[in-house]
Design a protein around this ligand. Structure first.
Ligand SMILES: CC(=O)SCCNC(=O)CCNC(=O)[C@H](O)C(C)(C)COP(=O)(O)OP(=O)(O)OC[C@H]1O[C@@H](n2cnc3c(N)ncnc32)[C@H](O)[C@@H]1OP(=O)(O)O
Length: 206
């Protein structure tokens, strides 16, 4: 039986990070699929095509989502369902405690830390050097950006974006659909969706 081909969906910045993550795991994507691909476009030596129909592959295809936008990633995951690559992807330089739980299709990038009894939901992204401390949890389709830190026992809901370098104080919880700005400090739990910035973080009123 032949192995499934890996295909990356999306040709934005996150696609480059994913190629690097896959190669660190000795996996090579067959192609990158993006509706806006230019003729002959290549990314890091990989062809970018507008549709998987152009690949003429008879074998199974497993799609890995290179979509940083949480809502779009959720829509695409629901559209593709069984065609998605379901195993968590972890960079060899990340540390995942043996008691941590990683949801299907979660992506853990270089230097990230996922501590004891922490949980990462399905299709969540834990980006470069992010820290998910002991017993913290990250909801499905959330994205913890570069260098952000979730301190012990924090709980982040679904489809949240925690900006680069942000810190969430230990024990605090954040409801679904919250964006926390880069370098912000969340010292109180957040129970209303919206965008929160600053130190301490305050809701942006618009
Ligand atoms: C691999 C990777 O690159 S992963 C990508 C990681 N990217 C990030 O972490 C970026 C995170 N994004 C941010 O921090 C953005 O500034 C957001 C999402 C919080 C807000 O963006 P926008 O909606 O465009 O807001 P905008 O830039 O108009 O700012 C609105 C107000 O909030 C303030 N503000 C925006 N971001 C922040 C922040 N991080 N900290 C403090 N204040 C902020 C602005 O100064 C502005 O204040 P003013 O109205 O008094 O002038």
């Amino acid at each position: 039986m032949s192995e499934a081909h890996l295909v990356i969906a999306g040709a934005g910045g996150h696609a480059r990070s994913l190629v690097s993550l896959l190669r660190a795991n000795k996996l090579e994507p067959k192609a990158i699929v993006d509706a806006h691909a230019a003729p002959g476009e290549m990314i890091m030596g990989i062809a970018v095509v507008t549709s998987i129909n152009h690949l003429n592959l008879e074998d199974e295809i497993n799609t890995i989502l290179a979509i940083g936008d949480n809502a779009l990633r959720k829509t695409k995951a629901n559209d593709l369902k069984a065609q998605c690559y379901t195993l968590p992807l972890t960079h060899p330089s990340s540390f995942i405690d043996e008691t941590a739980l990683l949801g299907c299709a979660s992506q853990i990038f270089a230097g990230a830390y996922v501590g004891p009894l922490a949980e990462v939901g399905q299709f969540a992204i834990i980006n470069t050097h992010a820290v998910i401390e002991h017993e913290a949890s990250v909801g499905a389709f959330s994205h913890v950006a570069v260098g952000a830190k979730l301190l012990g026992r924090t709980r982040i809901g679904e489809s949240c974006f925690i900006g680069a370098g942000a810190v969430i104080k230990d024990g605090r919880s954040i409801c679904d659909g919250v964006t926390v700005g880069a370098n912000s400090f969340v010292n109180k739990s957040i129970d209303e969706p919206g965008v929160y910035v600053g130190s301490p973080a305050r809701k942006l009123n618009r």
